[in-house]
Design a protein around this ligand. Structure first.
Ligand code: PHE
Length: 450
């Protein structure tokens, strides 16, 4: 290959970039609403147990594959086994599908930040009606989508060290600080305590199979697993950085921010709308929350800070998506970074248009009975990701053997959770993933509800 492989400068750079990928819209919007839906504390507990076992094993696997082969997904699988090289192709397709629609939502976040910064926010008064009117217009959402993906492209253009790593080092600490600040503020609101207690107290009688599946699906998405991202980032990792310790830190980041997001959103929604609205999915962040801010002292400032936080979270995630696609083009076609970057930027811009128009002018187009954006979300997250994860677990557990991954991890330091790792990857992961796959397909077809 003509290009020499770039790398993160050290452990902090790697951990912050990978955590930047993991912490995204999923943590801030999806996690709190799932936690509230499934009865608070018991969901948190289940999620935590899954994260330190199942999530841990899959993330270690991907990073080790990347570092061992020094390649992005397609090259990595091919290098390990010709027979399984199709898994690399499948994994590589996923970020290419997600990037465009994720950036459409990123565009909405950018618009909301702008609205909150520029005066008494119409979003605060209009709530859901304002959101509905905004997304159904043809041009304005496309404009913000282009702004968001443009910023993403500039960072990726600058490279692994000067772009991805640098931006993560700036944005991630600010993100932690904002999360802590807003969460504390929300918990101090009069009446918030009831919501906090609901959110953190485990009620064991609420444990259910649906809860388990919901938590597993969220874990995958949240840790950016099964889409080649961690393979790519692993390929930029130096051999003297400990994989096990890094994964533990990324997990703490990812789960910590999700937990804090719940502390902001659940109590605040309890105080200002009696908690009933918490279940309503996407409408929560763009519809209900602005109205919640309207009822708070200093609501406009808090709203602006909140959307800044969401924007940083979304940007570091979209950067990881674009970086993964760019690195695949570089590895496969031998293109230079600027060329790959421009190609991916233009491609994603084009592919995002249907997802954006699907909320307005093209809302009559409903593949599988879903909106266009939801359709892409469903295909990538609920179908392709579990398939790739399942194939990865089978491949590592039975073809490549866990020993290969363990050896890669132990190049730096003894692998403390070696036994746990082997058991999870060989037995627990394949069964769990199969369950997610079947259940998400059945629920999309309306045969069960989760
Ligand atoms: N992990 C991100 C989140 O929680 C989602 C994501 C998906 C990031 C796909 C990158 C790629 O929002």
């Amino acid at each position: 290959m003509s290009n020499e492989r770039s790398s993160f400068t050290g452990k902090i750079g790697f951990v912050l970039a990978a955590a930047g990928s993991a912490v995204g819209l999923g943590n801030i919007w999806r996690f709190p609403y799932l936690a509230a839906k499934y009865g608070g504390g018991i969901f948190l507990l289940t999620y935590l147990v899954l994260a330190v076992t199942f999530g841990f094993a899959l993330m270690v696997t991907e990073i080790a594959i990347g570092r061992k082969t020094g390649q992005s997904a397609i090259g990595a699988y091919k290098k390990l086994s010709r027979k399984f090289s199709f898994v690399g192709w499948l994994a590589a397709l996923i970020p290419a599908i997600i990037l465009p629609y994720y950036s459409v939502i990123g565009g909405w976040v950018t618009k909301y930040l702008y609205t909150f910064l520029t005066g008494p926010s119409a979003a605060m008064e209009g709530g859901k009606a304002f959101f509905g009117a905004f997304v159904s217009q043809p041009l304005e959402p496309l404009f913000w989508f282009a702004v968001f993906i443009g910023i993403t492209a500039i960072v990726v253009f600058l490279g692994v060290e000067k772009g991805v790593e640098k931006v993560s080092k700036i944005m991630m600490p600010i993100l932690v600080f904002l999360s802590l600040g807003i969460a504390i503020y929300c918990m101090c609101l009069p009446g918030a305590w009831e919501g906090v207690l609901y959110y953190i107290t485990p009620d064991f009688s609420k444990f259910s199979v649906e809860l388990l599946l919901g938590a597993m699906g969220q874990l995958f998405y949240s840790m950016s697993l099964a889409m080649g991202i961690m393979i790519t980032y692993g390929s930029y990792m130096k051999k003297d950085v400990s994989i096990e310790a890094s994964v533990r830190q990324i997990e703490i980041f990812d789960t910590g921010i999700a937990f804090l997001a719940g502390l902001m959103i659940v109590p605040a929604t309890f105080v200002f709308s009696g908690g009933g609205d918490i279940n309503q999915g996407p409408g929560l962040m763009f519809g209900t929350l602005p109205q919640v801010f309207a009822g708070m002292p200093m609501g406009q400032a808090i709203g602006a800070l909140f959307f800044l936080l969401v924007l940083f979270a979304a940007l570091t995630s979209s950067i990881s998506l674009m970086e993964t696609v760019v690195s695949i083009l570089q590895d496969k076609l031998g293109w230079k970074r600027p060329v790959s970057c421009i190609a991916v930027f233009l491609g994603a811009l084009l592919l995002g248009v249907p997802s954006s128009l699907g909320n307005g002018a093209w809302s009559h187009i409903m593949p599988l009975g879903m909106g266009i954006l939801d359709f892409f979300d469903f295909i990538s997250n609920s179908v392709m990701m579990p398939v790739v994860a399942l194939l990865t677990a089978i491949f590592v557990g039975y073809v490549l053997k866990p020993k290969t991954i363990i050896e890669e991890v132990e190049l730096t330091a003894p692998f403390k959770s070696k036994t746990l790792y082997t058991v999870v990857i060989k037995y627990v992961a394949p069964v769990c993933i199969l369950l997610i796959l079947v259940s998400s397909v059945l629920s999309a077809l309306g045969l069960i509800t989760i």
